[in-house]
Design a protein around this ligand. Structure first.
Ligand SMILES: [Zn+2]
Length: 120
C-alpha cells in the first residue's frame, strides 16, 4: 500500500488557506467573537445622503459580496477541516465509506472528504 504524499498535500492546503484568507480580507472581516467566522463588509457609503438608486446599487453590491464571502468561507472551512484531519491522522479516508480516497482525487482537491463514489 503506497502512502500519501501528506506533506505535499498539506502544503497545497496551507497555500489555499492563505489565498482564501487573503481574498476574504478584501471583502470581509473576522468576527471578533469567533475567529472562524467571517462577515461580509458593507460597501462604504453614506446612507443618509445616497439617493434610492445608489442605495439599490449598494444593496446589490453587498449581496454579491455576501455571496462571494459565503462561498470563500465554505471553502476555507473545508480546507481547515482537511488540515485538522492531517493533524489527527485521519486524512485521505472517505467520510462515508471509510476507504482510502485515491491520490488523483486528493491532488485535484486536497480538501475532498469522500471518494468519488460517495461524493454525490
Ligand atoms: Zn467512499
Amino acid at each position: 500500500m503506497d502512502t500519501l504524499p501528506i506533506e505535499q498535500l498539506k502544503q497545497k492546503l496551507l497555500a489555499e488557506q492563505q489565498r482564501i484568507e487573503q481574498e476574504l480580507g478584501h471583502i470581509a472581516k473576522r468576527n471578533p467573537q469567533n475567529p472562524k467566522d467571517w462577515e461580509a463588509v458593507a460597501p462604504d457609503m453614506n446612507v443618509q445622503q445616497a439617493d434610492p438608486s445608489e442605495r439599490a446599487d449598494a444593496i446589490e453590491e453587498f449581496e454579491n459580496i455576501s455571496g462571494a464571502e459565503a462561498e470563500l468561507e465554505l471553502r476555507l472551512n473545508e480546507v481547515v477541516a482537511a488540515l485538522e484531519r492531517i493533524a489527527r491522522g485521519t486524512y485521505g479516508m472517505c467520510e462515508k465509506g471509510g476507504e482510502r480516497i485515491p491520490l488523483e482525487r486528493l491532488e485535484a482537491n486536497p480538501a475532498a472528504t469522500t471518494c468519488i463514489a460517495h461524493s454525490a
